[in-house]
Design a binder for this molecule. Sequence first.
Ligand code: S3P
Length: 445
Amino acid sequence: MSHSNPPSPHRFAGNGPLKGRIRVPGDKSISHRAIMLGALAVGETRVSGLLEGEDVLATAAAMRAMGASVERGPDGVWSVHGVGVGSLLQPESALDMGNSGTSTRLLMGLVASHPIDVTFVGDASLSKRPMQRVITPLSQMGAAYEARDGDRLPLLSRGISPAVPITYRLPVASAQVKSAVLLAGLNTAGTTRVIEPVPTRDHSERMLRGFGAKLEVGEENGARIITVHGEADLQPQTITVPGDPSSAAFFAVAALLVEGSDLVIENVGLNPTRAALFDVLRDMGGQIEELDRREVGGEPVADLHVRHSALTGVDVDPAIVPAMVDEFPILFIAASMASGTTTTRGLEELRVKESDRITAMANALTLAGARVEEREDGLIIRGTGGDPLPGTPDGAAVTTHLDHRIAMSMAVAGLASSDGVEVDDTTPIATSFPTFMDLLEGAQG
Ligand code: S3P
């Protein structure tokens, strides 16, 4: 896991346009869910295109520790043999979640309605992240918790069966919290409901249905209401994971910014609850064309043809924040080299990601020579008008705070800078995008 690796600094500098065709790895959110649901279905689930990043491997190891078999075949297709809903085993030792908030929060939901005790541990970044948001609803269902400082890892979960079905209104727009409650509801007799005032990524709902869970999605007073019926009986599936739009985002912005670029990014998932970045980039003047729109694994997918473009700053509508919540760091890079000002608001959740992404990006961009003003809930960025950023001064490096998306965003900034950007640690990139450095080298060849 990333916390045991020594830091690996790297200087990213321009090395010509990005050209040709690349294929980004599988979607992280979908990969976690495929393994978790496969581990709850009796029989063999086969998963192709699984993201083999550290975060997903942490989920795989956790499901093995609770009785499932999760193995990679020689053809790269993963095979999961599940234990059945209600039959997760008590793990013998603590589950190491590494850097992964999604693994932790979704698994906390899964184990809450099983009569097992599970200890979760993680790296320095994950150990700072708030877990109260899942502890609150899962405690209402009957689970109990002991955690450092009340809600931080290391955390002991004492699950319960039978658990109590609840109706829970999400106080923050969070797919992780929604999914934790729905997963707990799988082994809970009766109906468990989540009310979602602001829609968040719906991969859990789509995949639960695909596995045969009884799940309904309705609407009341503008809110989404998701109902899952327990106790569920999941049927094994064959799943193809589409490419991760959150990974494609780095290459899309790199191609927009670096002069002469003309790049096709194949097989990009474009679920509307995820893909808002590409719309914002088009509003800024970015040439991003969708080719061959199709469906892969129940999700909309297309190839994206991206060409170098002159960008103009925009005022980003806070209503679309959940549909690009992980893409703000890379949007900030595009904004820093656009003409005019980009304003973002309503980004409070960015402060509790793998790092405080508002402060981390404000500091990193300022060091690289961008004009950035930090607000409590967002950044205001005055762009260079198409000129490259100066880059980091000699002897200085941007701090990634164990956050893959800060590392990759500043890498892209480096490609479009005059003197390059020194990133203090590239090891976190392996949590979500292990092929990033190779693809970057290949596309610039
Ligand atoms: C995720 C949900 C988002 C996102 C994270 C993955 C998921 O977190 O930031 O990278 O797979 O459900 P929140 O639900 O906390 O916003």
